[in-house]
Design a protein around this ligand. Structure first.
Ligand code: 3PY
Ligand code: MG
Length: 260
């Protein structure tokens, strides 16, 4: 990766995959228990996103989930509760390697998310001793390097965002976009019908724009099956979240009971 004449060594494997539009598979946590994080972290996903938008998972809870993932080869990401400086800063300070920012509709909103995730001069993230820099032991190294490593992905979940997709993708510092199929379906007036032609056409517009801008297209395959996963890949998505811990419990328990 080149910034001007300076070659940056991207060590964050999720960011590297995003910058190269390589397949990068994660999953999603809504149950804020470290045991769930440990189980999922051992399976081989590239990343796990902790969902703070639609759960009561807070910063303390996230830090404990990140501790549970630590050393197991998986990158902890957070779907932050909203596009807010403090919501983003606190999760990065707690050890998130990147943020997935929900309900972003305009380039201005993307610039705000990117600024929140980067230290000055690129952004407005505040400096402090925190879990991410080993409570200050790695302060200098972290402060000087993390802007090039942190992942910033914005969620495309509305018709307005699809209409603005070119301006959104043109913002420097956004590594990719991620479609929330349920909000997207609601925005097109077909709530819950994620396979509806209107939603599918919106997804195709987003993927095509990502390909034009050389950025990664992401999708949450909320209910993963061979068909839904293969379709996501065939449609051109490379940054894919498979399932949700709650959905895995539901699917596995139902299929066990159905064996009787
Ligand atoms: C959505 O479907 O809207 C989501 O945010 C899924 O993560
Ligand atoms: Mg959503």
């Amino acid at each position: 990766m080149l910034f001007g004449e300076v070659k940056v060594d991207v060590k964050n494997k999720v960011k590297k995959a995003l910058l190269n539009s390589e397949l990068c598979i994660g999953t999603w946590i809504q149950v804020g228990h470290p045991a769930v994080a440990e189980i999922l972290a051992n399976i081989g996903f590239d990343w796990i996103a902790v969902d703070c938008e639609h759960t009561d998972i807070d910063v303390e809870n996230f830090a404990n989930l990140a501790r549970a993932m630590h050393g197991r080869g998986v990158a902890p990401l957070v779907r932050v509760r909203e596009n807010d400086d403090l919501a983003i800063r606190q999760m990065l300070d707690a050890g998130a390697q990147g943020v997935i920012v929900p309900l972003v509709n305009t380039a201005e909103e993307v610039r705000r998310a990117v600024a929140a995730a980067k230290y000055p001069p690129l952004g407005v993230r505040g400096f402090a001793f925190c879990r991410a820099n080993n409570w200050g032991q790695d302060f200098d190294e972290y402060a000087s390097g993390v802007n090039d490593q942190v992942v910033v992905v914005v969620m495309i979940e509305s018709k307005l965002a699809v209409d603005n997709i070119d301006e959104i993708l043109a913002v420097e510092g956004v590594d990719g976009v991620f479609i929330g199929p349920y909000d997207m379906s609601g925005s097109y007036g077909v709530t819950g019908q994620t396979s509806h032609p209107l939603v599918q056409a919106a997804c195709a517009v987003v993927v095509a724009a990502c390909q034009r801008h050389g950025k990664s297209a992401g999708l949450h395959v909320v209910k993963p099956t061979k068909e839904t996963i293969n379709k996501a890949r065939a449609d051109g998505f490379t940054f894919i979240a498979l399932g949700v811990d709650t959905v895995f419990i539901d699917q596995a328990a139902r299929s066990s009971l159905n064996c009787i």
